[in-house]
Design a protein around this ligand. Structure first.
Ligand SMILES: [Fe+2]
Ligand SMILES: [Fe+2]
Length: 389
């Protein structure tokens, strides 16, 4: 018979760990004699042993007899897939378990609507997440908020108007991935991680654009029905693939051009810094959208038709709205012009025309990467919302 000496250690201070270890070293039916100085040892040991289905003899010294009940507890356990590679379909019976963990039988199923690999996965997921995590920046220290600058009143107003527009677009870009995040089975943890960091990116964008808007003014500018109606169609898209397509590939793709434009033409150093940093983040959001949609499109031949249909439907829904409002368009022209001088306004106007061409080129390139032919890409790009996002 095996003997275990607990010395002064009671079961109320961790002694059960040693008892369990000793029991694991004997076969079922084997006996472990437990010695120790704790006066409550016998009482505690009896309760512990009975609670786990082990036999008990009061002694002294008390003896615990190993039964197989504790082993049986894990005999019905299932593996939550393979730790190294996500399964084709994640089971509701795995719940929140780590990928590859053993899940005790009897867990109530936890349903996640997005639970198949084809719908959400990309083999780039781990790499994209690591890149995003490494590229986080602190708005407080990454931006030189105290940089001195003086702008004509109307140019400052234009900057504030553009920031106001950016903020509401960033809010939509935060809400859409955050909503889908909660619907994806946690077995695909890299996808959850990517979307969580993406939401954190958007939170930073909202912060820096708000700080710039309020740097010299007590309140932001104007929010239009046309702009908000466009964003609303993104919030209302229930399908993950289609929402990613409209938001990340077409919307954030177009926004990349806009942020580069502001990084180049921004009339003050802070506007240029914040849009440069935001553009770096947005490039990752676009890359993830493209990556999982490419993966998805290879496996679902009908996806491209559904994507085209989503663009057409959104176009129809927004047909009677103003699209990119005059307020933002004019603000972009003035911001790029930097002054009211007619020659400067002409240059600003040309820059905004070039911006729209750049957006269109970018959309067509990305559509081609998703397998659309040039003609279809041109048509779909032209139907994209005039609000840019
Ligand atoms: Fe953003
Ligand atoms: Fe984004």
């Amino acid at each position: 018979m095996k003997t275990l000496d607990l010395g002064g250690l009671g079961l109320d201070r961790g002694g059960h760990l040693l008892v369990r270890r000793a029991l694991a070293e004997v076969d079922v039916g084997g006996r472990v004699q437990v010695e120790g100085a704790d006066p409550a040892l016998g009482v505690h040991l009896r309760a512990w042993a009975r609670g786990r289905g082990h036999g008990f003899e009061p002694g002294p010294p008390p003896i615990v007899i190993r039964t197989s009940l504790e082993d049986q507890r894990w005999s019905g356990a299932v593996a939550a897939g393979d730790a190294a590679r996500p399964s084709e379909r994640a089971s509701a019976s795995w719940g929140l378990a780590a990928r590859g963990a053993r899940v005790e039988a009897g867990l109530a199923p936890l349903e996640f609507p997005l639970a198949t690999r084809d719908q959400i996965w990309t083999d780039d997921a781990a790499r994209l997440y690591a890149r995003a995590a490494a590229a986080q920046w602190d708005p407080e220290t990454a931006i030189d908020w105290g940089a001195p600058f003086e702008l004509p009143d109307a140019v400052e107003t234009a900057v504030v108007q553009v920031m106001t527009y950016l903020i509401e677009n960033e809010v939509a870009a935060l809400i859409v991935p955050a909503r889908f995040l909660a619907r994806i089975h946690p077995h695909f943890r890299e996808i959850l991680q990517i979307l969580a960091v993406q939401a954190a990116d958007e939170a930073r964008h909202i912060e820096v654009f708000t700080r710039r808007a309020l740097l010299k003014r007590p309140a932001p500018g104007l929010s239009t029905v046309g702009g908000q109606t466009s964003l609303r169609t993104l919030l209302e898209e229930p399908d993950f693939a289609l929402a990613s397509f409209l938001l990340s590939v077409l919307g954030e793709g177009s926004f990349l051009s806009l942020l580069w434009f502001l990084a180049e033409h921004g009339p003050d150093p802070i506007t240029r810094q914040i849009t440069t940093l935001a553009a770096q983040d947005e490039a990752r959001h676009v890359a993830f959208g493209l990556s999982h949609l490419q993966h998805h499109a290879e496996r679902e031949p009908g996806l491209r038709a559904r994507m085209a249909n989503a663009v057409e439907q959104r176009f129809a829904a927004l047909q009677h709205t103003a699209g990119l409002n005059e307020e933002v368009f004019d603000a972009l022209v003035l911001l790029a012009a930097g002054s009211w001088e007619p020659g400067a306004i002409a240059r600003g106007f040309d820059a905004v025309v070039a911006l729209r061409q750049d957006m269109d080129r970018g959309r067509r390139t990305r559509l081609a990467r998703l397998g659309f032919d040039a003609e279809e890409a041109e048509r779909l790009s032209s139907l994209h919302t005039r609000n840019f996002m």
